[in-house]
Design a protein around this ligand. Sequence first.
Ligand code: NAD
Length: 460
Amino acid sequence: MDTSAQSSIADAVDDARRAFAESRSKPVRWRLAQLDALETMLTHQTADFEAALQHDLAKNPTESWLTEIGFVVGEIAHTKKHLRSWLAPRRTRVPASLQPGTATVLREPLGVVLVIAPWNYPIQLALGPLVGALAAGNTAVVKPSELAPATAAAIAKYLPAYLDEDAVRVVQGGPEETSELLTHRFDHIFYTGNGRVGRLVMEAAAKHLTPVTLELGGKSPVFIDESVDLPAAADRIAWGKFLNAGQTCVAPDYVLGTARTLEKLAPLLAVSIQRMFGRDPSTSADYGRIVSDKHFHRLSAFVPVGTPGGPAGFGEPDQRTRYLPPTVLPRTAPDAAVMREEIFGPVLPLVEVDGPHQAIAMINAGDKPLSLYVFSNDRSVRKTFTYGTSSGGLGFNVPVAHLMVPDLPFGGVGGSGMGRYHGEYSVDTFSHQKAIFSKPLLPDTLAAVYPPFSRVKDVL
Ligand code: NAD
């Protein structure tokens, strides 16, 4: 990297640091004004953001609104509505031994936040964390993903035009620029992406003792039994899986069930896919494309070739447009290649188990998932999964949607990440909870514990 690129990155961090040092971002009025500006940006420039998402991922504009632009607008509205009450100092109980006194918890901003975003939901995952960072009174540097270049360019164009341009800086680029950014000191780093880079981020953060939130991925399993309405379950699984052509961190990765259940489910999934995207999803305006040639080749290796009309009758992969048909892989062996890594594409293996206990054993043998989905109306099965597994989130009879509930924390555990955000959890993530204790000097009830301790011992 040349020195001018290095110094422009340093300038971005310095600007954000100076704006914080001037206390510009601390007043709640400023925070609310920035959130208003962000909302105005998203609503005024919806068409440009939709076009960018169409360019980068062939996202349908309605999908872009539901999962990206409108999603962030909703997060802003929720935050604006509750921010003052979330920020109110909280009085807490004082034990009798320390009375009289008052104890308070105050959420104070951390400083400069670095947000590193991935390509799959390039608006939601860059601007959603920014909402929390600003609401908590921080300044920020945003690094969008180079793999969604049109969206990154739109973010870089509009954020400075609408928001405080010193307090919120955008740095564009890939691994080289991100590595350079990571040499600087931040007060919090919020990274969304794969675990390999997550480890690099944590290593760089350790040098400055900077806290991190790592929103990572992994395999999010589904377990299904026949206590549920299978056609309705197939619709929900197909929706969650094939949204954004399977490139969703919380998409169902694979399905576990008994042989009998999976035999019934497989054709129902084909029916759901056809209802959503038609006989030839390559002509559907609602079906996305794979982000890059690298991911297209990686995923194509999982798709059996030579079946007339493609693997499930939904057409053949097309390298030129990076179209990969929705693909269900029935009777997949638990040790198949497709089961050894996060799929992150429109390929859905069905894996046979003899019941919930074997499913739980399989899930617990791997990394803790970002999400786990259980399709069952059997209370004992639900309870067994609730207490017998650990995952970032748990959905009963519905995938993906838990992240749309504004008062639920969103984040992973173990291999799927650390930390959480959305709504009040974002304000928590980007704040320091300062403990404040105030005690009148007189009467000096603390004198009871002053040395000499031989006297104190008598009191105890
Ligand atoms: P990506 O390639 O866009 O990388 C993410 C960010 O890291 C980018 O900004 C990129 O520039 C930067 N980066 C890449 N290589 C780097 C390096 N060597 N050094 C420093 N920075 C680097 O996105 P990705 O990682 O392919 O994203 C997909 C993964 O993210 C999947 O595993 C998915 O499950 C996960 N994900 C998780 C969530 C969540 O909320 N938990 C959301 C979306 C995606």
